[in-house]
Design a protein around this ligand. Structure first.
Ligand SMILES: Nc1ncnc2c1ncn2[C@@H]1O[C@H](COP(=O)(O)OP(=O)(O)OP(=O)(O)O)[C@@H](O)[C@H]1O
Ligand SMILES: [K+]
Length: 351
């Protein structure tokens, strides 16, 4: 059982990616030769957890894998990345989630996902994790496990004043309205925003409009990622929707960029709770921007040591403001002391 309070808990999926590269995709009933095969660690929940851990967050994963080779291997992968595995269950009733992926020479793919053990994660496992959830700073969920489990996890976190990030991926058109109310940050990409709002999202202007629509549904803030254009950020307390641009880089492989962004956002929310969301999004853009410059999903996620120091420090402006507030407080309490010296000294002598 976890003794130390956690920064980030992720309740979500683990998938083993089985990737074959071939000149073309096979037709029904056909067998063809490919030229390369590799196994990768994926699943949106695990990806986000690994990115947060690599940035230095104390993380735990709440998930279910099979009692099989892939499940054992995945648990070792979490351990190798410093992720707490106290809440990683193993079941004999289903296999570890797997994605069989075929990629042709044009970069097109055909994918079969078998969610397997991921769908067996339920309320019992969440109850076991509740003492740790209560102490965590941020809880993150997606939609690659049973939606009821994700919703319950978000609600448990919210009831215990733990900040929530919900990434509605892969998107479902009739998302239960309770998901919006349970989200401190509702973080999605353009196509998810499009599916959820029913209107096209292809540019920054569309994203502002979609964000306003999603915000109306009850979340505290919305982040919509826009690939090389960064993201837009909207907060319930602020009227303006803000575009947070990024430096576009030449992408080698964008797989898992969205999960890198969400995992980085979770890290910043846990480590710098007073940082403006816009600044967290600016930094998450930078982290995800590193991931698109390398091949693979988790393999492309940067470690803390790979990032410039400015992404891992409190911004100067926030330090200045808090020092300024502290000085005002000192001046105020000094004035108070000058006016009421006896009150202060009698309190002191009693103490
Ligand atoms: N070419 C790029 N240059 C710089 N940053 C990028 C680029 N592509 C993606 N990013 C960063 O990654 C974030 C997430 O990308 P995107 O919006 O494409 O997510 P996604 O569609 O969920 O990705 P994927 O499905 O490939 O994981 C962006 O908000 C941005 O910060
Ligand atoms: K990548």
């Amino acid at each position: 059982m976890t003794e130390e309070a956690l920064d980030v808990m992720v309740v979500g999926s683990c998938m083993t990616d089985l990737v074959s590269q071939a000149p073309r995709l096979p037709k029904a009933g056909e067998t063809i030769h490919g030229h390369k095969f590799f196994i990768g660690f994926g699943g949106k929940g695990a990806n986000q957890c690994i990115q947060a851990a690599r940035l230095g967050a104390k993380t735990a994963m709440v998930c279910k894998v099979g009692k099989d080779f892939f499940g054992d291997n995945y648990i070792q992968n979490f351990k190798d990345n410093g992720v707490n595995t106290d809440f990683v269950g193993q079941t004999s009733d289903a296999a570890t989630g797997a994605a069989s992926i075929i990629v042709n020479s044009a970069g097109e793919n055909a994918i079969v996902i078998v969610a397997g053990a991921n769908m067996l994660l339920g309320s019992e496992e969440l109850q076991n994790a509740l003492p740790a959830i209560k102490q965590a700073k941020v809880l993150v969920c997606q939609l690659e496990i049973s939606p009821q489990t994700s919703l319950l996890a978000l609600q448990m976190a919210q009831e215990n004043k733990v900040k929530t990030i919900f990434n509605p991926a892969p998107a479902i058109p009739d998302l239960d309205a309770a998901f919006y109310r349970a989200s401190d940050v509702f973080c999605c990409n353009e196509s998810e925003a499009e599916l959820l709002t029913g209107s096209s999202v292809v540019n920054v202007e569309d994203a502002h409009r979609a964000g306003r629509e999603l915000l109306k549904r009850g979340c505290r803030s919305v982040v919509i990622t826009l690939g090389p254009q960064g993201c837009v950020v909207l907060e319930a307390e602020e009227s303006a929707s803000k575009h947070v641009p990024t430096t576009a880089v030449t992408a080698v492989d964008t797989t898992g960029a969205g999960d890198s962004f969400t995992g980085a956002l979770a890290f910043y929310m846990a480590h710098y709770p007073t940082m403006p969301l816009e600044e967290m999004a600016r930094r998450a853009n930078r982290v995800a921007g590193v991931s698109v410059q390398a091949v693979g999903t988790q393999a492309s996620y940067p470690l803390r040591k790979d990032l410039p120091a400015e992404l891992l420090q409190m911004p100067t402006i926030v330090c200045t403001v808090s020092q300024w507030c502290f000085q005002i407080f000192q001046v105020d309490s000094g004035a108070y002391r000058r006016k009421r010296p006896r009150f202060i000294s009698s309190n002191l002598s009693r103490g």
